[in-house]
Design a protein around this ligand. Sequence first.
Ligand code: NAD
Length: 245
Amino acid sequence: TRIRPSSKRCAVIGGSGFLGRHLVEKLLDKGYTVSVFDIRQSYELPGVTFHQGDLCDKQALLTALQGVSLVFHCASPAPASDDKALFQRVNIQGTQAVLQACTEAGVQKVVLTSSASVVFEGTDIKDGREDLPYAKKPIDYYTQTKIEQEKLVLKACDKEKGLLTVAIRPHGIFGPRDPQLVPILVDTARRGKMKFIIGDGSNLVDFTFVDNVVHGLILAAESLRPESPICGKAYHITNDEPVRF
Ligand code: NAD
């Protein structure tokens, strides 16, 4: 028997991660019932059901998506990995599996966490808008697969079929329990390895506080309706001003 999707029942793919967990906590605050789908379980919380599995496994996803109307996809291999096959498998084939599973399970909305690096060509962008083209030469293979992933998700937006999609593009995310950005910067500085400036010291870089990313993801989800102009679109998200680095 199929459980009828409830608008307050959602799944967070990658919900054990840094951003995913912050998102899960906010969704619980807002009265959602949350299923987490992840290859690992990193915590327990009342109101959260964990499904351990690989997002490339459609059958495992289908079990976790029963009765779910809204899916947040925020899983990815770590950007620092140099395993191209892994990026290809998880970010591209895995995203296809996610979209397929969502269609089969009757999910109505998919919100992707993309990345602002999908439009980065190696030169500073200030006040960059969403009509910037995708980078022709992405800075790394991770970004190349994030571009492909975003295209797949946005292309899957189909009002007739009842699947609506949107993507949010943060850049560097910081906040409590950040496992990468700030700890790696601090560690590098402590080891005396931050003595060089690349460029003239005025390169721009953008950071977003994790709660703002979460806010953007939930706003996108709650605004995603068939008549909404955000259907099938991507949105940059930032704090305010970029930082000079
Ligand atoms: P994270 O590494 O903390 O979390 C990612 C989660 O995905 C982990 O829990 C991991 O176990 C899970 N995962 C990886 N492969 C999986 C698979 N095959 N099946 C199921 N789960 C899998 O990373 P994060 O910083 O929370 O990033 C979340 C999302 O935000 C990613 O899509 C990332 O590309 C995007 N993003 C992050 C930043 C940043 O600065 N952290 C910036 C821009 C975009």
